[in-house]
Write a protein that binds this ligand. Sequence first.
Ligand SMILES: [Cu+2]
Length: 158
Amino acid sequence: MKRLALALMCLPGLAFADGVSVENPIIPLAPPGVAAHAAFMSITNTGDTPRQLIGVSAPAYAMAHIHESTEKDGVAMMSAVDLVEIGPGTTVTFEHGGLHFMLMKPKAPVSEGDMIELSLEFANGEVEQVTAMVMKRHKAHDHSGHGHDKHHDHKHGS
Ligand SMILES: [Cu+2]
């Protein structure tokens, strides 16, 4: 907890979740006109107790949610997820075709190279600040292998 207290003193408004590390936070550049962007990353619980990710916020967007993509009868769908459990020593990967952070209605146009601030909210009240870089899909999209590019991000009805 010492690290958290120190961080709060030095950087007002920022907080860091103890025992959580985030790698490779990226937002694949969406085609023009698409107002729902996905953010991908790997989240590792480096502590020794289970952690529950319960929400996400993104000041640059009107709305942000945790989503999971599934495929049913050959149709790609996605649904909201309320809680992602991350066991001690476990990494949960948010990636194309699976769990992802859904960012909706950017308040300003988003382009390649932009840095987008995300806050990952955990059930114990801690918040992990993450900065995700916007990058072109062919660079960002390196380990999905599912071939759903054309269908992802576009299924938000309301
Ligand atoms: Cu989604």
